[in-house]
Design a protein around this ligand. Sequence first.
Ligand code: PMP
Length: 303
Amino acid sequence: MQIYLDGKFVSEDEAKISIFDHGLLYGDGVFEGIRIYNGSIFKLDEHLDRLYGSAKAIMLSVPMEPGDLKAAVVETVRLNELRDGYIRLVVTRGVGDLGLNPTKCPKQTVFIIADTIKIYPDEIYKKGMKIVTVSTRRNLLEALNPRIKSLNYLNNVLATLEVNRTDAQEGLMLNARGYVTECIVDNFFLVDDGTVVTPPTSVGALKGITRDTVMELSVEVGYPVEERIITLHDVYVADESFLTGTAAEIAPITNVDDRLIGDGHPGPITTDLMKRFHAYAQSNGTPVYTEEAADRSTPGARG
Ligand code: PMP
């Protein structure tokens, strides 16, 4: 495996960063998880935009222009000869001293890993999953806005530890006021009388790129879409439910806190959106391999 690390490609064994890196010492940094489908990188510009946005929020300057970073991501995938896979792009504050102050970190660290990923077994996508509400509340906007995709995921790790003590596959996280925010590393959706509903990010959720895609696809098909404050009651009485994320894609939720959602099977709108998402993901993205890039630049070549 070839890993991009601070301007060079190195093997997995050589890909080492300092124990004084503040990404490790303080979780001070930002990241993205990005998918590769069918030889193209899905929504790469959107992921880069979000990365630069997260970095801006924590006053971390990404030490590369977006065009150069984009080229490095594409090159990492190409060198690893992946046609389908998952990219982890990380920017940390870099090496500093043992004090917290980021001004003591003169040079940020950038690394890119391209590998494969599988979050849930196939069965989950066919039959749906069980989730539980966890007692760990999503980070307060006023403390650490969940729109920042930072390296500090302890809030989510604590939630996962709770799920691990149950027979559920995922956790549902509420905010401090008790409103539904998102799943642990995925956005949450429900279907209410034909309307596709997800909480606004202002309740404390990441603005997921899969979330945005699902909302766009829904509008395209003609399903009404609403960002709405939702409570657990709304979830329990929903007709359908699913989660979305780069790694998980769209996964049906059929049981929440031991209440069956709808009839306990993945619903028709969920199933339809899963199909449409897969078709869309297979035929959109930044091509990695030059011969395909040339093909795709021909008008009409992509159908
Ligand atoms: N929420 C959280 C907390 C996440 O970490 C992620 C990404 N893993 C998501 C939602 C889904 O976002 P995306 O669709 O952009 O992957």
